[in-house]
Design a binder for this molecule. Structure first.
Ligand SMILES: Cc1cc2nc3c(=O)[nH]c(=O)nc-3n(C[C@H](O)[C@H](O)[C@H](O)COP(=O)(O)OP(=O)(O)OC[C@H]3O[C@@H](n4cnc5c(N)ncnc54)[C@H](O)[C@@H]3O)c2cc1C
Length: 423
């Protein structure tokens, strides 16, 4: 008598943002899994402007999809061949502090692209029947046999063998994983706000100065407690313009109304800077211009609890100063993809999630802490460095090595060996 084909292992991914969509690509390759991706919004969509993918993010993506380059090209990615940090205000205004491209040490540069285009291209190869929009998770209940009961807002109930929460910084799966310590490890304000706008390329060029757009370069103009940044997107069709500043009084609703008076005060010593004036005008041109608080997870005691785990921002939300939030989500997906290749029966899932936790948590927490410190450095708030260009260069230059230099094969190998240890 022929052996009956074993039932597939059912895996639910909660949240169809960049983390959930990348994860679905990493897991769909395994024919012994049945994947479902649930998104609470009426459709899969990305808010916000640009996302930068550094070389480790691109390498991670390359481990998940057949051609990361092709996917990123279709999404209109532009290479960041140079990221210049220049003093924007005060006595050293105009002094080049550092070009982050110099830290690549022969590695490929990062790429910057529109978030919605990246999500579109990540969702494109996934079978339609696994994508469930308008499906908000409301409760997670472990069953005695190891399966997990998921209840959705529309009243439906489904059982899964594994649940991965990619439901973002304020998601509910994190609460289930952390249980009674969830509150004390919830996200808090990182100490900065920012305002991000997308403007047509020609408009940005004329407002901010054509000399800054001769090559596709990202510029960060550094000042006392504030930074202005612009980078070119979508095959030179648009430019992301950002004002970021120190936030000492985080508003409860995480946003603040921006006025000319407030922005002039924030950029108080930028004198006649074309960049400052241009950025303020660009910002205020938006209807109801808002500055958004940056929030982060300062600590997370674990990423997994039995048959449930968290990934992406649900596990490790960070401030954006080292451009690594999406990159960490991609690395998570790569590791979970490798681990689930080894999960031949549902009872091995807790060991896989535990291995994921042990391998990913120290790296992600280090990036969160480093990103916050980098923000303080950029804004001249490191007391030993201030806005001294030479000291800034020395302090900033080495900060990306541990992020860019991740060896994907050995990271996966470490996860698999932990998994075998935990079985
Ligand atoms: C200002 C800013 C700039 C950034 N710049 C960069 C950068 O340059 N480079 C970089 O690598 N990263 C960057 N990041 C970080 C990056 O954007 C995030 O880390 C990444 O988008 C997080 O993706 P996610 O899928 O984990 O979370 P989210 O994008 O928040 O997605 C979560 C999804 O889950 C859904 N959801 C929530 N609750 C439920 C539920 N109960 N049921 C079902 N679905 C649910 C939500 O609707 C949402 O679609 C930046 C972040 C910010 C804020």
């Amino acid at each position: 008598m022929a052996n009956a084909t074993p039932s597939p292992i059912r895996v639910a991914i909660i949240g169809g943002g960049l983390a959930g969509a990348t994860l679905a690509n990493a897991l769909i390759k395994h024919s012994h899994l049945e994947i479902h991706l649930f998104e609470s919004a009426p459709e899969f969509s990305e808010r916000g402007a640009a996302v930068g993918l550094s070389i480790n993010s691109q390498n991670g993506l390359g481990q998940i999809v057949s051609s990361a380059d092709e996917l990123l090209n279709k999404a209109g990615a532009v290479p960041m061949s140079s990221t210049r940090l220049v003093i924007g205000s005060g006595p050293d205004a105009g002094t080049l502090v550092h070009d982050l491209a110099d830290d690549l040490a022969g590695r490929e540069p990062g790429k910057v692209l529109h978030r919605a285009s990246l999500l579109r291209e990540l969702l494109a190869p996934l079978p339609k029947h696994i994508l469930h929009a308008n499906k908000k998770l409301t409760a997670i209940t472990p069953r005695d046999d190891g399966r997990v009961k998921l209840t959705f807002q529309d009243g439906t109930i489904e059982d899964f063998n594994a649940v991965i929460g990619a439901d973002g910084i304020f998601g509910t799966v994190r609460d289930h994983v952390l249980q009674d310590v969830a509150k004390e490890h919830a996200a808090t304000a990182a100490g900065f706000w920012d305002c991000r706008c997308l403007v047509p390329f020609e408009k940005a060029k004329s407002i901010l100065g054509a000399q800054h757009f001769e090559i596709d370069r990202q510029y960060g103009w550094l000042g006392d407690g504030v930074m202005c940044m612009h980078d070119v997107l979508e095959n030179r069709e648009s430019v992301q313009c950002v004002i970021s500043a120190v936030e000492t009084d985080p508003p409860k609703n995480r946003k603040r109304t921006l006025t000319r008076e407030f922005l002039n005060k924030t950029l108080y010593n930028w004198q006649d800077s074309q960049i400052a004036k241009g950025m303020i005008d660009i910002c205020l041109e938006q209807e109801g211009a808002q500055g958004y608080s940056q929030w982060e997870h300062k600590s997370t005691p674990k990423y997994a609890n039995g048959y449930v785990c968290v990934a992406g921002d649900a596990a490790h939300a960070t401030s954006p100063w080292q451009g690594s939030g999406a990159g960490m989500a991609i690395e998570d997906a790569m590791i979970l993809g490798a681990l689930f290749g080894e999960v031949s029966s549902p009872k091995k899932i807790p060991a896989a999630f535990k291995a994921f936790d042990v391998v990913r948590r120290p790296r992600c927490q280090r990036i969160i802490d480093s990103s916050r410190e980098t923000g303080l450095l950029f804004l001249g708030k490191n007391p030993d460095v201030g806005l001294d260009p030479a000291k800034m260069k020395e302090a900033i230059a080495p900060r990306w090595n541990f992020i860019f230099g991740l060896d994907m094969e050995s990271h996966k190998g470490e996860a698999i060996s932990k998994f075998k240890e935990f079985l």
